[in-house]
Design a binder for this molecule. Structure first.
Ligand SMILES: Nc1ncnc2c1ncn2[C@@H]1O[C@H](COP(=O)(O)OP(=O)(O)OP(=O)(O)O)[C@@H](O)[C@H]1O
Ligand SMILES: [Mg+2]
Length: 250
């Protein structure tokens, strides 16, 4: 059985047989403000402080200072871990994203011998994919196969799907145990906006923040976890200045 990598998020690891199977890529999906970034920050912080893993946090959305501030809000001192040399924060701004970005990530992971990785968020990549995919890279055969030759919006959609597929394949090849956040559409038959990542990822966590009986409440559902007999309940998720806590109702 694969070694389990503990997230250290209170109440969570016991729901997935002790942790994420080593080397797996898990999507953390949710609408805005559901706790995706905070969940992944705890994963990374615990990786370094409790489990002695070399870790890297890549943000495609926020400045490094805003990430450090956000972590402080739930009691995590990211700067201290950075100084120890065991944690690397990396910001790849949207306007410098491109097919080369995965090579930059690969180089850093190998150089620093990173085993625990976060990418926040896949949605930023997806939005930018059509902009930076050179038209010469789109084979006519691919387009014909996609039955959308004369339809630019669908062509954009095709480019996004193909890019996300390639990006996740490359990430998996790094061998890290990786969390990737992704924005969920408010409604629809697919979990993610790009509609392909949930099939390709080894696991999917679904975070929600919904109104129930006039009150808003947060929850976490393990939607998929390959190779694991996972719990199937919807769990209340608590976020406080002390961090995240996954509750079990039974
Ligand atoms: N100390 C705290 N106590 C209680 N709730 C908090 C605390 N810090 C943050 N939160 C809640 O967590 C939410 C932010 O979570 P987070 O940034 O992880 O969401 P997200 O899913 O990454 O959102 P986005 O899609 O916008 O990036 C805030 O909107 C706030 O409601
Ligand atoms: Mg976020």
């Amino acid at each position: 059985m694969a070694k389990r990598i503990k997230t250290g998020v209170q109440g969570f690891d016991k729901l997935i047989e002790g942790g994420i199977p080593q080397g797996h890529t898990v999507l953390v999906i949710g609408t805005p403000g559901t706790g995706k970034t905070l969940f992944t920050l705890e994963y990374i912080h615990n990786g370094v402080s409790k489990f002695k893993e070399k870790s890297m946090y890549i943000t495609l959305e926020q400045s490094l200072d805003s990430i450090r501030e956000q972590a402080k809000g739930i009691g995590l001192d990211i700067s201290k871990l950075e100084k120890s040399g065991k944690l690397t924060l990396m910001h790849i701004p949207a306007d410098s994203l491109g097919p080369h970005s995965i090579d930059e990530i690969k180089a850093e992971v190998r150089k620093r011998k990173v085993t625990r990785l976060v990418v926040d968020s896949l949605s930023t990549l997806a939005v930018n994919a059509p902009i930076y995919t050179p038209i010469k890279d789109i084979a006519l055969r691919d387009i014909m196969n996609y039955k959308a030759f004369f339809s630019p919006p669908v062509l954009g959609d095709f480019v996004i799907k193909r890019f996300i597929y390639g990006f996740l394949t490359d990430l998996k090849s790094l061998g890290c145990t990786t969390l990737v956040t992704s924005e969920a559409p408010e409604k629809g038959e697919y979990l993610s906006r790009d509609t392909v990542s949930e099939f390709q990822a080894d696991g999917v966590l679904l975070l929600t923040f919904e109104s129930m009986g006039g009150e808003y409440s947060r929850s976490l559902l393990i939607r998929k976890m390959r190779g694991t007999h996972n719990d199937e309940d919807i769990h209340p998720l608590e976020i406080s200045s002390k961090g995240l806590k996954v509750h079990t109702i039974k």
